[in-house]
Design a binder for this molecule. Structure first.
Ligand code: FES
Length: 158
């Protein structure tokens, strides 16, 4: 272990190794999304040092890890609030009021997209399709009592 891989705890490296074992030995990089999720669980967000540690652990060029981390909205590239609210504003969700709900949340929380409330509780994000187009409503990440927020958003969307 060197100083770069030590950015990841022993537990994180063990969990990543379990993901790596799901793929052929010459395709360790296939575990990159899981590895980034594990690293984010541990650090709360993905700093360059953390992404570099993932790259080193998987034997990948760092830029290849950056490409994945910057493409998917579930990865945090900077610190976030305790709860991250991500609202899909793609067409099916927009047609069902996602933009109205987003504006309501912006007003209620006093933040715009990619901003965190002053108390550090909520970060509001604009997301891409989450594969829940049939439901076509705002989605949540890491919020235990979503029904309350959803009710308030729906009330604001009316
Ligand atoms: S378009 Fe919003 S979840 Fe698919």
């Amino acid at each position: 272990m060197n100083s770069m891989t030590s950015v990841l705890s022993e537990d994180a490296r063990r969990r990543i190794n379990r993901e790596v074992e799901k793929y052929p030995p010459d395709q360790k990089q296939s575990a990159v999304m899981s590895a980034l999720a594990i690293a984010q669980d541990e650090h709360g967000w993905l700093s360059t040092d953390v992404m570099d540690a993932v790259a080193l652990h998987l034997g990948m060029p760092p830029v290849a890890v950056y490409e994945v981390a910057t493409f998917y909205t579930m990865y945090n590239l900077k610190p976030t609030g305790r709860f991250k609210l991500t609202i899909c504003t793609n067409l099916p969700c927009a047609l069902q009021g996602a933009n109205v709900a987003a504006e309501h949340l912006k007003r209620t929380l006093g933040v715009g997209f990619n901003e965190t409330t002053a108390d550090g509780r909520f970060t509001l994000k604009e997301g891409e399709c989450m594969g829940a187009c049939g439901d076509a409503r705002p989605r949540r990440r890491g919020l235990p009592d979503w029904s309350q927020v959803e009710l308030h958003a729906a009330a604001g969307a009316g």
